[in-house]
Design a protein around this ligand. Structure first.
Ligand SMILES: Nc1ncnc2c1ncn2[C@@H]1O[C@H](COP(=O)(O)OP(=O)(O)OP(=O)(O)O)[C@@H](O)[C@H]1O
Length: 844
């Protein structure tokens, strides 16, 4: 029993232990299970986080990559744009245009030659960029690869180099022992120097010598470039001597500075900076400038384009370079030059393209231009004026222009009905003055007066004058007289005075900054003047402008001129090609530009046109507000008779004071002009103050004019043949008797007429009458002419005026249309030519 119970106890204990162990194991298992669950959970979470992270990282990487790619692409496009811009600038016109649109292009003066296109480079996804290589002015080219491809590339390079320079700027030499020049046969019309197989050494020697000569010369190179193509064969390379190699090296090293450039294939050359190497594999190439970027070579230029270019260039070479254009003479900045010491300005270019200046100024104050009719004198003057007026503003230059040649060429500088602009430097322009030499004389008198006024400051040059009188306005004055001989030939008083004034201006004008530009077909008869003018310009076939032994004018082609500063001595010639100033649109554009820049207060020039009839200015008409009856009357009102032929468009006035003889006789048969003189006189008197008018009209043909006058006058009585009388009622204001064809009054009225003429002026009654001839006036006056203190002669010859003139024989006067001779014995020593105003123009 005890065993049984012990065993039972033991069993129970074991059971207990087992139960406990089982319980513990279960607990441990449960703990492990839960730990495992947790670990699994964590594991899952980590895995999920990792996956999220991976996804995010991938997205970020994608975004970053996209961004980088976008930036890269836009940077590439920007860079490519820059490169394209650079390429366009570096290879302009014919140097860079694709063959499809290729055409020769003229470089601007002073431009350096650019690079030359040989193909394109592809850069990422951007459009292809031009691949350029340097040549003229920069490098030699060394080409290696298959000869046929290289020769095509050379053809293209030559076409671009020649097509982007002026004909004659590049001299081509070809060494082609294999084909004897055949490789570049399309360029034959340009006459390249072909060098045969045996002449390689002498070519190199000649080039070395040429380079030494050019590099030894001071100043910039003026000779053409030498472009030498060496198409060497095996024999050339194999047989080259050490001396030849040394000479080739020398050309390579010093050639670029001396304007000699080699394009070499088939021969090694020294590897120095000035050699651009191009290596060609089939249609792809690499060159030094572009490093590893592969170049897709352009196809060769179309054969017909090469042929057409070479023919045209050869023709132009034969004809010589085109002359400068008017715009080539413009300075980089308008009105930037000072005229303190002179007015140098180019008028054209030499055959080598350099500009030729005329040194007008302190040293050479005047110039004589000579050339027969049609040789281009007027054109030269326009060109010169264009060059001067773009350099020197209105403060620096004042122009007085007078053209005696046919036509109105200087009118373009003054405002017109179609173009309101004017050249701001022009003060005066006289056109159609052939018959009005008095206008030329007036201009010379004006200039002489200016010289006199300037010389009062005691200065010996314009710069000194400006320093001595800094507040004054002292532009250089340039007087241009085209066909100036018209003014001084002939043996009358105008010619005599004009010649004297010109000689005086030539002597004394320069130091005061007053200059003459005188053009004529021949300087015969102006030898005294010529002695003061060493600066000459001769146009083709000009005679006597230069010395007799100077043959240049006889041989220069048309549109050329000889500029000579030594009075025409043969050694001092400069030949200049003149631009054409005939294109009115070009001129107008330039003039408008200058006009818009005119300073405030710049007045328009006075234009005197000998063919135009001036209208009576409104200021001399009584229209508008009339002076009241109580207004004071001047002691001697002035009757305006016509326009004076003078620098300023002033009226000629007749003072009608209370003195004997203050009457006017208008003489001649021209009804209209006589009527205009009388009407201008009457209207201008009416405009000055209260006055009474008696209009007597005794010629039916003048009735219309008389009626119009009466209509315009504020207070006028009208008499005609039916009631003519000279016993006129007294008035308490000045009384003017305006008589049309007074000679028709007849003997019955002579006495009263004489009494009126004799005693009227003292009572302020003045007769302004028209008599058709001098004898009829004499008959009316009864012999003496004392009562006629002033007269205006129309178509009356000078000799017929003798009785009315103090000097025997009468004045020198050859009647001309719309011109009258005015003489007032109380003011004139010699009579004055005037232009009767047009008073009643029916178009107003
Ligand atoms: N450099 C030039 N280039 C082109 N045409 C020109 C040139 N010079 C003059 N001409 C032209 O030649 C013609 C004559 O020129 P211009 O009138 O200047 O000669 P001119 O000597 O003044 O003659 P004239 O004494 O008969 O007036 C004009 O038709 C003008 O346009």
């Amino acid at each position: 029993m005890r065993v049984g119970s012990h065993r039972n106890a033991l069993v129970a204990a074991v059971r207990q232990e087992l139960a406990e162990a089982r319980g513990t194991a279960r607990a441990v298992l449960a703990a492990a299970e839960s730990a495992r669950g947790e670990a699994q959970q964590r594991n899952r979470m980590v895995r999920e986080a990792y996956a999220t992270c991976l996804t995010q990282l991938a997205a970020a990487r994608e975004a970053a990559r996209d961004d980088i790619q976008r930036r890269y692409r836009s940077e590439a496009v920007r860079l490519a744009g820059h490169l394209r811009g650079l390429a366009t600038v570096s290879a302009t016109g014919a140097a860079g245009a694709p063959w499809r649109v290729w055409a020769p292009s003229e470089p601007e003066p002073g431009d350096r030659p650019g690079m030359l296109r040989i193909g394109t480079i592809a850069f990422e996804e951007t459009a292809a960029l031009p691949a350029l290589v340097p040549l003229l002015g920069s490098a030699h080219l060394h080409l290696s690869g298959p000869a046929p491809v290289l020769d095509q590339m050379i053809t293209g390079l030559l076409l671009r180099a020649l097509g982007s320079t002026r004909p004659g700027d590049v001299q081509l030499t070809v060494y082609d022992p294999e084909q004897l020049g055949g490789t570049l046969a399309p360029f034959a019309p340009l006459g390249p120097a072909l060098v045969g197989p045996g002449a390689f050494g002498s070519l190199l020697d000649e080039l070395v010598e040429h380079i030494c000569r050019i590099n030894g010369m001071p100043g910039p190179r003026t000779e053409p470039w030498r472009l030498v193509v060496l198409l060497a064969d095996h024999a050339t390379a194999a047989e080259m001597t050490a001396v030849q190699r040394a000479q080739l090296d020398r050309v390579i090293r010093t050639g670029v500075a001396g304007g000699v450039h080699l394009i070499v294939r088939g021969l090694d050359v020294e590897d120095i900076n000035s050699v651009e190497r191009v290596v060609v594999h089939e249609q792809t190439a690499f060159c030094d400038s572009l490093g590893p970027l592969p170049i897709t070579l352009d196809p060769p230029p179309p054969a017909d384009r090469v042929a057409a270019f070479c023919k045209a260039a050869a023709d132009r070479l034969h004809a010589g370079p085109a002359p400068a254009r008017l715009s080539d003479l413009e300075p980089p900045k308008f009105w930037a030059a000072s005229a303190a010491h002179g007015l140098p300005a180019p008028i054209g270019d030499c055959t080598d393209g350099t500009m030729v200046e005329v040194p007008l100024g302190d040293e050479f104050p005047h110039v004589l231009i000579g050339g027969p009719s049609g040789s281009g004198k007027t054109n030269l003057i326009h060109v010169w004026l264009g060059s001067l007026t773009t350099r020197y503003g209105p403060e620096e230059l004042a122009l007085y222009l007078l053209g005696f040649s046919e036509g109105v060429s200087f009118a373009r500088y003054a405002p017109g009905s179609r173009d309101p602009s004017w050249l701001p430097q022009v003060r005066l322009a006289g056109v159609n003055v052939n018959a009005d030499r008095e206008f030329g004389l007036a201009m010379l008198r004006h200039l002489a007066e200016e010289v006199r006024a300037r010389s009062l400051h005691g200065a010996g040059s314009l710069a000194e004058l400006r320093a001595a009188a800094p507040d004054g306005h002292w532009p250089r004055i340039v007087a241009v007289i085209d066909e100036f001989q018209t003014l001084i030939t002939g043996r009358d008083a105008v010619a005599e005075e004009a010649a004297g004034l010109l000689a005086d201006l030539a002597r004394r004008g320069g130091p005061q900054g007053v200059h003459l530009i005188l053009a004529s077909p021949d300087t015969i008869g102006v030898q005294t003047l010529a002695g003061h003018v060493p600066l000459r310009i001769a146009l083709p076939k000009a005679r006597r402008v230069l010395t007799d032994d100077n043959l240049a004018p006889a041989v220069i082609p048309r549109y050329h001129a000889v500029v000579n500063t030594e009075a025409g001595a043969p050694g001092a010639n400069r030949i200049v090609r003149l631009p054409d100033a005939g294109d009115r649109t070009v001129w107008r554009t330039l003039q408008r530009r200058l006009w818009r820049s005119r300073p405030v207060g710049c007045e328009e020039p006075r234009l005197f046109d000998g063919n135009a009839v001036p209208r009576l200015p409104a200021a001399y008409r009584p229209a508008g507000r009339l002076p009241g009856a109580g207004a004071p009357v001047g002691s001697s009102p002035g009757a305006v008779l016509g326009e004076r032929i003078d620098v300023a468009a002033q009226p000629a006035r007749l003072r009608l004071g209370r003195m004997p003889g203050r009457n006017l006789a208008v003489l001649g048969a021209r009804t209209d002009e006589a009527g205009d003189v009388l009407a201008a006189a009457a209207l201008s008197l009416a405009a000055q103050g209260p006055a009474h008018f008696s209009v007597i009209c005794l010629a039916p043909e003048a009735e219309r004019a008389a009626a119009r006058l009466v209509a315009e006058l504020p207070a006028a009585d009208w008499y005609d043949a039916a009631d003519v009388t000279f016993d006129l009622p007294a008035t308490d204001v000045p009384h003017y008797v305006i008589g049309y064809a007074l000679d028709a009054a007849g003997p019955a009225h002579r006495e009263s007429l004489r009494a009126l003429l004799d005693t009227g002026p003292e009572r302020r009654t003045h007769v302004l009458g028209w008599w058709r001839t001098v004898p009829r006036l004499r008959d009316d006056l009864g012999g003496g002419f004392e009562a006629i203190g002033a007269w205006v002669a129309l178509d009356v010859a000078g000799a017929d005026l003798a009785p009315l003139y103090p000097q025997p024989g009468g004045p020198v006067w050859y009647p001309r249309n719309r011109r009258a001779l005015f003489f007032d014995r109380s003011v004139h020593r010699t009579p004055e030519v005037i232009i009767p105003y047009e008073v009643n123009s029916d178009h107003t």
